[in-house]
Unconditional design. Structure first.
Lengths: 262, 262
DNA sequence: AGATGTGAACATGTTCACAGCA
DNA sequence: TGCTGTGAACATGTTCACATCT
């Protein structure tokens, strides 16, 4: 293996860093807002401010996509919207199923941000027979018995799990067996999936715990710092050093079921 | 500003890396599960598997907290639970307010994972007068007119924003003015906050967009790869390279309001 | 023996600072 | 002149491999 290359053969295309990919949706949103206000061009400085990052980072990020800006001028808003959308795969239609239609599942189904991108809620699935047929966000809930058929009929490759923790792994297994290869998991469980399946996890309580850590820290520093030094500095989107990102890897098991009662 | 040092003086205490802090809740959950099953000790290997990370990373993480393990044996479950809880600040009580009681806010209020840690939902706040007094998860919703008083009376320092995008910044400003110094933001907006206030953001549609990127990638590689190379490898919690983490920094504005209709 | 704890190598991500083009 | 695009310096995070202790 010699000196060590990346583990990913990198399909010869470009190798866009994960950190950059994670920010593309931020840029896209800021750009969409500008587009709606019919702003023709933006500088990296302006766009970075709108997206809450610094301009050097933004320019570096864009440099991985190619040279879509004009020196001395900035970026063409419409063109960039298109390029980023294409890069993210949002120019195609992504049918998505949401499994577990409790409060969270309903919130997701109602979430406008999905439809406005390339995502289409193809089906809502719940294990509770009483839910079957009931419309949520205008879409009738279907029973989980039909999960496999629904996946196949709609050509779904992305599934969202919003079930209680205990149901998550079985649901995940069925989704994967039916052909789903990307999963967004809201249940507080580590999901086991075969190679080639992507799992991303959003864990509400983990975020709070990270905040608590920093909060505790602040309380301790108050005593030590005293004068507070730096003064105002204030408010331009990005808060402090600590406002970084979210969790990593997968999440563990062993907690109260939580959302989606009945 | 001279040659440029770190922006953070680093309070001399310990400097636990952000990446490690973000994983502590994962370990804590896995440990809590073991504790409930009365398992007395775990090896780094076992615990890592349960948390969905690799053992080297786990050991390195724990090394920042101190030497809490026993060579040749492993870690004492109860002791570790206590140490991590303390480190995260979960041994104290954190009163939390949730602003915006739509589907998402209700899901959060019902989320068991909060109460089981040091978090206590001190109040639910909504701008809709029709919601006032209505109990959600056993807690009566209060009108946002009383936001400042509620914050002060309960000594709240952590606020959760689950309002539509348009309401997020004003709500944020009022929370901060009333003394909140940590905010968990579910609205798709970049929040401006003064220095010293932490903001973490969870954005549902961003996660989906990142999945879409990788999904698109897979489709492209299928053609190129063919043989698939590596074979099974399969399924032990952590999926592939791409299952990494979530978004970073803050999120931008300019999207459909989303959750919390009325 | 069997596990932790950790220095050192490696990989990824961020920021600086400026060359180069419009 | 004013902006992008990027090499190089720096910072953070991950993995390896083994010394170290029970």
């Amino acid at each position: 293996m010699a000196t060590g290359r990346t583990h990913r053969p990198a399909t010869r295309s470009r190798g866009i860093p994960e950190a950059t990919v994670a920010r593309l949706p931020l840029y896209l949103r800021a750009l969409t807002a500008l587009s709606e206000r019919s702003v023709p061009t933006v500088s990296s400085e302006e766009l970075a401010a709108a997206a809450g990052v610094n301009s050097a980072k933004l320019r570096k990020d864009f440099s991985y996509l190619g040279s879509y800006g004009t020196r001395g001028v900035g970026y063409d808003v419409e063109y960039l919207v298109y390029q980023i959308s294409r890069e993210l795969g949002l120019t195609q239609d992504w049918p998505v199923v949401i499994v577990g239609i409790g409060n969270l599942g309903a919130a997701l189904a109602n979430y406008g941000g999905f439809a406005s991108r390339g995502f289409r809620v193809a089906a809502l699935i719940d294990a509770d027979p009483a839910m079957a047929g009931k419309p949520v966000a205008g879409i009738p809930v279907q029973h989980s018995d039909d999960l496999e058929k629904i996946i196949e009929d709609n050509g779904v490759s992305i599934g969202v799990i919003a079930t209680p923790a205990g149901a998550a792994q079985p649901v995940c297994d069925r989704l994967v067996a039916a052909g789903v290869t990307s999963i967004l998991n809201f249940a507080p469980t580590v999901l086991s999936v075969p190679d080639g399946v992507d799992v991303r996890k959003v864990d509400l309580s983990i975020e709070l715990q990270i905040l608590a850590f920093h909060e505790q820290r602040k309380a301790g520093e108050e005593a030590a710092a005293g004068s507070d030094g730096a003064g105002p500095a204030a408010a331009r989107g990005v808060s402090g050093p600590a406002s970084s990102s979210t969790s990593a890897d997968q999440g563990p098991d062993g907690d109260v079921p939580a959302v989606m009662p009945a």
